[in-house]
Design a protein around this ligand. Structure first.
Ligand SMILES: [Ca+2]
Length: 175
């Protein structure tokens, strides 16, 4: 009986030590995902009116508010194939991209691609597509293929419709 209790205690201690080792490995040897786009320089193909209200930075201001007033979202003019992009500042591994769509006129978000480039202008990696329309979709999440790596992340509209591109927040999760 004493031997059984002894073995039980040793087993519990071993499991406990094993879990601690796993936690140490996780916290010190894996890089946590973070929103790489937050407050990074952003640009877009055009701006609806004043930059302070509708500029590209509104998609990386950290405010995920999807309602239009007060302005927390970007807004291009009505144009063919509008786009928006962010400069992450350096090369990163990119895991996923989350887009907060505008509440009201959400259907304007359609037929978009999220593409990634190591060098500006050379968007040769695709994170994902969203066909839309995003009428009742508050958020679009795209999981990028493994080994997606780059500095620039672009949201590109491919639809033939002449529409503005509005993005309330774009989060680029990676490390
Ligand atoms: Ca925002």
């Amino acid at each position: 009986m004493i031997t059984c209790i002894y073995i039980f205690i040793i087993t519990i201690i071993t499991i406990y030590i094993f879990m601690i080792i796993i936690m140490i490995i996780y916290f010190f040897f894996t890089e946590p995902l973070r929103n790489l786009a937050l407050h990074k320089p952003a640009n877009q193909s055009s701006t609806h009116s004043d930059v302070a209200s509708y500029g590209a930075f509104r998609a990386v201001d950290g405010i995920r508010q999807a309602y239009w007033v007060p302005p927390y979202c970007t807004h291009t003019t009505d144009e063919h194939n509008p786009f928006w992009y962010v400069d992450l500042g350096e090369q990163h591994e990119i895991s996923r991209v989350e887009i907060v769509n505008r509440a009201g006129y959400g259907e304007r978000l359609r037929d978009i691609s999220v593409v990634v480039a190591e060098n500006q202008g050379k968007y040769d990696q695709t994170c994902g597509h969203y066909k839309g329309p995003g009428k009742k979709v508050p958020m679009v999440k795209m999981t990028c293929p493994e080994r997606t790596r780059g500095r620039y992340v672009k949201v590109q509209v491919a639809t033939a419709h002449k529409l503005p591109l509005t993005l309330c927040e774009v989060e680029v999760w990676g490390y």
